[in-house]
Design a binder for this molecule. Structure first.
Ligand code: ADP
Ligand code: MG
Length: 707
């Protein structure tokens, strides 16, 4: 690594990107591949052979020995299997480096060890990976740093085409919204754009802790979060970490992360310290959503790998530490045409403005109608500690529009037409019953789960460890549905302007309840939201049923994004995942409490008792009231710990014996989780009493403030 890196030179150096393709592929092949990518068609076998050959040559020059179809099964992580380029030895004993078009386009993989939620029983154990040629192939060093592997982003399906991954439905949802958005903008007179693509910018939050200390915390090692731990004297109350100067050790880490990501063609752009101590954020520049999803996975993997090299450990869990902020992943979402028009930009001409108002109210309609589904898309086990737990954002879906847009809606709803705008700087809509308005780029409300931020929506519920695919699939599809309905209506109306006006008014009226500009953390909002009939779904388990309601099935089937069977399988997987993770957490607690904490407390109590006895045996009188008090208090807490531990052991065993599915997940949530909390309480109090040298693991203070 040179001292001064030239970003322009290294950016994308490990990516088989457009300029590499243009330079290496015969012109005809290049143009054909570009067309395939643009039109989303299947690649001709003869073309695929040429592309594969060049890709292999390029990869070998970069030191690659293997290729891997890289996919995203429903585990939340990515999966890869490496195949060497070598062929069987020839007669002379030598091998060739081979890679055919067939191998590039399609791979076969045993699907039986990946979650399939029952789909496998009905279908086959074989799974197929298919190249997503809209996301470029790239080369990554292997764990030794010496070998290299060519990664080919793929979608993962069963033999009969059921999606077993995140990518397949994401690509399907992109097709759905492309079709409906094109229909809509054609009505507004756009004849030039050929494609509408959702863009995503995923901001990634994470914690960094010292690796040595991390290894001494078995809870972090097994579950990614602390299961015990008393608050240090200082938390995040001073707000001195947020946007604070980045310390040298962290800066060196960030520099390496950026360099790795840039080489992979990931536009790591913004980095800063986050609200909690030891918490940070990385944001890339937004891009086409399937590429953004892939890149977010690369970001998470790179953070982990580089942390390791720096003697650090990167925690991606949504709530590694109680008492300070958890980590999320903001999904910034917008719609862009192939000729560069952002459909969520209020625009400069009256004509663009009415289109914008319709699109805006369509999004409101989509979010209000499918709030439960959107909430579900952000549900994962760790996120239960953020959403619905008095932290940003709350579990109730609401939309923040900013003062001015909200006022526009208010006028539409109360008077049927809106004629003025709050701001001086106006944009004319050209329709006298619609207000003139300026785009309100200010976003002062950080508590809203779904906020309009100038020319994009920001969905803030997604968990830090979760794939950003699920929420993007839902957004693409529910908005496609709203567009389709609007088009169905507008294609029939005679007076187009009046038709748009009527729709905007109708949608504003029907869905105004989802708009909320106030404080999302307040108790009043919870009550107000209930009055408005907005769902408040506190946990992952409570949200899963919304994946399989008739309304959801109808929506996804209509747009060919999921079949009923695929949705059912996903619900099953989610129940199982929840049960498995809580089971691991509970067993880790049992293990740590019985083998480490209780023995340490006994040692402490024994030392107290010994010192009291020694004092009593001494010839002079020594005041032992403090020791006696501590002895009593810690003995009481020890008994409490032991009782909770026993209860947890029994419940965990009971839960483990249950049949998999919703019932088991609910049992874990309602019975096991509360007892885990009951075990944590006395232990955290004991941590404040017992000698630091006797406590069996590093404290919150050690982990959060000594990185
Ligand atoms: P904020 O600080 O308000 O969250 P930023 O400008 O820092 O906004 O952007 C946060 C993320 O949103 C970045 O990943 C950025 O690239 C992305 N972003 C910006 N504009 C858009 C857009 N039009 N569509 C999608 N994402 C966007
Ligand atoms: Mg943001």
């Amino acid at each position: 690594m040179s001292e001064l890196m030239n970003v322009v030179d290294i950016f994308g150096e490990n990516v088989f990107n457009d300029s590499v393709m243009q330079a290496r592929l015969p012109k005809k092949v290049y143009l054909e591949l570009k067309r395939t990518i643009r039109e989303g068609k299947e690649l001709e076998p003869s073309i695929a052979d040429v592309v594969a050959h060049e890709m292999k040559e390029w990869a070998i020059e970069k030191g690659a020995t293997h290729y891997s179809h890289w996919f995203q099964p429903l585990t939340g992580a990515t999966a890869e299997k490496h195949d060497a380029f070598i062929s069987a030895p020839k007669e002379n004993g030598k091998v060739l480096m081979e890679f055919s078009g067939k191998e590039l386009i399609k791979g076969e993989s045993d699907a039986s060890s990946f979650p399939s939620g029952g789909l496998r029983a009905t279908f086959e154990a074989r799974g197929y990976t298919a190249w997503d040629c809209t996301s470029p192939a790239f080369i990554k060093k292997d764990a030794t740093g010496k070998g290299a592997i060519l990664y080919i982003p793929t979608a993962f399906c069963s033999y009969t085409g059921e999606a077993l991954d995140q990518k397949t439905p994401l690509l399907r949802s992109m097709e759905a919204i492309n079709e409906q958005a094109l229909r809509l903008i054609r009505l507004f007179g756009n004849t030039t754009s050929q494609k509408v693509t959702p863009s995503v910018g995923a901001e990634q939050e994470y914690f960094l802790v010292d690796r040595e200390k991390y290894l001494k915390r078995k809870d972090l090692v097994f579950t990614g979060r602390t299961l015990f731990g008393a608050m240090p004297p200082k938390g995040q109350e001073l707000d001195d970490h947020y946007f604070g100067a980045v310390r040298e050790r962290i800066a060196l880490f960030m520099k390496d992360v950026n360099e790795e990501l840039w080489k992979l063609g990931v536009t790591a752009k913004t980095q800063h310290n986050e609200a909690a101590p030891a918490q940070h954020e990385l944001a890339p520049i937004y891009e086409q959503c399937n590429v953004a999803v892939d890149h977010n996975q690369l970001i998470m993997e790179t953070l982990k790998q580089v942390a390791y090299r720096h003697g650090l450990h990167c925690l991606l869990h949504e709530k590694p530490f109680a008492g300070v902020n958890g980590s999320g992943k903001h999904n910034n979402w917008s719609l862009t045409t192939d000729d560069g028009i952002n459909l969520l930009d209020p625009g400069k001409t009256p004509h663009e403005n009415i289109q914008f108002l319709l699109i805006l109210t369509c999004v409101l309609r989509a979010v209000d109608r499918h709030a439960e589904l959107l909430r579900e898309s952000a549900a994962d086990v760790g996120n239960d500690h953020r959403l619905g737990a008095n932290e940003a954002p709350p579990a109730i879906i609401s939309v923040y529009l900013g003062e001015q847009l909200e006022d526009v809606l208010d006028q539409l709803v109360s008077t049927g037409s809106a004629t003025h705008s709050l701001k001086r700087q106006r944009l004319e809509t050209g329709v006298h019953t619609l207000p003139d308005f300026a785009k309100d780029a200010t976003d002062r409300n950080r508590t809203a789960p779904f906020a309009f931020t100038g020319n994009k929506f920001e969905f803030r519920m997604v968990g830090s460890r979760d794939s950003v695919a699920s929420s993007t699939i839902v957004l693409n599809t529910i908005v496609a549905e709203a567009f389709a309905e609007a088009c169905d209506y507008l294609e029939q109306t005679e007076d187009f302007d009046l038709g748009v006006h009527d729709l905007v008014k109708k949608y504003a009226l029907e869905h105004q309840r989802i708009v909320f500009n106030g404080n999302g953390y307040s108790k009043e909002w919870v009550e107000e939201a209930a009055k408005r009939g907005l769902p408040n779904i506190a946990t992952m388990v409570d949200s899963i049923p919304y994946l399989v309601t008739e309304k959801t099935v109808e929506l996804f089937e209509k747009f060919g994004v999921f079949t009923r069977a695929e949705l059912q399988s996903r619900a099953e997987i989610k129940y199982e995942t929840y049960a498995k993770i809580i089971n691991i957490e509970s067993r880790a607690m049992i293990d740590i409490a019985s083998k480490h904490i209780i023995p340490a407390v006994i040692k402490y109590i024994t030392s107290l008792a010994t010192s009291i006895n020694e004092a009593k045996a001494a010839l002079v009188t020594i005041d032992v009231s403090v020791q006696t008090e501590l002895l009593e208090e810690s003995s009481k807490l020890l008994a409490e710990t032991r009782a909770a531990l026993k209860a947890l052991e029994e419940l965990t065993e009971q839960a483990g014996a249950m049949e998999r599915g919703r019932g088991q997940a609910e049992f874990f949530k309602d019975e096991v989780v509360p007892v885990m909390e009951a075990l944590r309480r006395p232990v955290d109090r004991l941590e404040m009493i017992v000698n630091k040298e006797m406590w069996p693991m590093p404290s919150y203070g050690d982990l959060l403030f000594e990185v």
